[in-house]
Design a binder for this molecule. Structure first.
Ligand code: TIH
Ligand code: FE2
Length: 301
């Protein structure tokens, strides 16, 4: 039968995704939100000095070239104080709330309350542990580009500090979230294997599949829990970087379900506070196997 023009162009669009051949071809400039553009409900919206600072840091990220060291930032006393508070408070909960992989790698980074770690120093430790690296980004990156970065063992990271008025929870990624939530986990080889699978699958994914992979990423890398000796522990970065979220995950409030990459996953939500639903893994190996099966199916589709 004849193919209508509409369905033909749809099909052309589906197969015309040209995946990046190297990290240089992954665009780090499509920023969806945050960065220097703060919404009205952002805690820093009425703070002019904070907004200017964010603008400067965003400009620095935009000028970074692949292969160059990440520029160092002289953090201001107020930013150091915020980082110190986040580190001090979350650290109190790690021994009882964080997964064993996190507790194992955390000391490698020598985190101190009086110094915000530099992304370049963190990146070089990661390179030695797992071969992963950090690339600076101005704000929340477009999901396809962000996921594609994972295929090249690269984690796009913000460099600014959350607003000092709300250290225990922020609706956006900031350097405290990247450093405390993501960096220690990216020093664990088994965990990295799972994250790499998501990245590789994203290279050839169409837009609908990118959306599902983003949700998979969200409910594992950002808000995932793992079962350990009958206890519920956090490995998701959004949990590990937020004192409030760590408490929330152990409270009676949220629903906790077993993770399945084939299942329909609910819409992501970070604007209305703590998560109402978390997914739990039995192990990273198990998750990598399941994700492998999902990615094979993607490639055949
Ligand atoms: N809510 C996290 C925190 O306060 O550290 C940051 C985010 C994680 C994921 C989206 S925003
Ligand atoms: Fe994150």
């Amino acid at each position: 039968g004849a193919i209508s023009t509409a369905s033909l162009s749809e099909r052309v669009q589906q197969v015309s995704v040209t995946p990046p051949a190297s990290l240089r071809e992954v665009d780090s400039g499509k920023i969806l939100g945050f960065g220097a553009d703060l919404a009205e409900d952002h805690p820093g919206f009425r703070d002019g000095a904070y907004k200017r600072r964010r603008m400067d840091i965003a400009t620095l990220a935009r000028s970074h070239e692949v292969g160059e060291p990440i520029p160092e930032l002289d953090y201001l006393p107020e930013e150091i104080a915020t980082w110190g508070t986040v580190l001090r408070e979350t650290s109190q909960l790690y021994p009882t709330h964080a997964c064993q992989e996190f507790l194992h790698t955390f000391p490698l980074f020598d985190f101190r309350e009086d110094r915000v770690p530099q992304l370049e120093a963190m990146s070089s430790i990661l390179r030695q542990c797992t071969g992963w690296q950090i690339r600076p980004v101005a704000g929340l990156l477009h999901p396809r580009d962000f996921l594609n970065g994972l295929a090249f063992k690269t984690f796009h990271s913000t460099q600014y500090v959350r607003h000092h008025s709300r250290p225990m929870y922020t609706p956006e990624p900031d350097v405290c979230h990247e450093l405390l939530g993501h960096v220690p986990m990216l020093a664990d080889p088994r965990y990295c294997e799972m994250v790499h699978k998501i990245g590789l699958a994203s290279l050839h994914a169409d837009n609908k599949q990118i959306w599902h992979l983003t949700k998979i990423y969200w409910y594992t890398v950002e808000f995932g829990l793992i079962r350990e000796h009958g206890e519920i522990r956090a490995f998701g970065a959004g949990v590990l970087s937020s004192y409030g979220e760590l408490e929330n995950m152990r409270s009676e409030k949220p629903q906790i379900l077993g993770f399945d990459p084939f299942a329909v996953l609910p819409k992501m939500d970070y604007k209305s506070g703590y998560q109402k639903l978390y997914y739990i893994l039995d192990s990273f190996d198990d998750a990598a196997t399941k994700l492998g099966a999902y990615c094979d199916k993607l490639q055949q589709a």
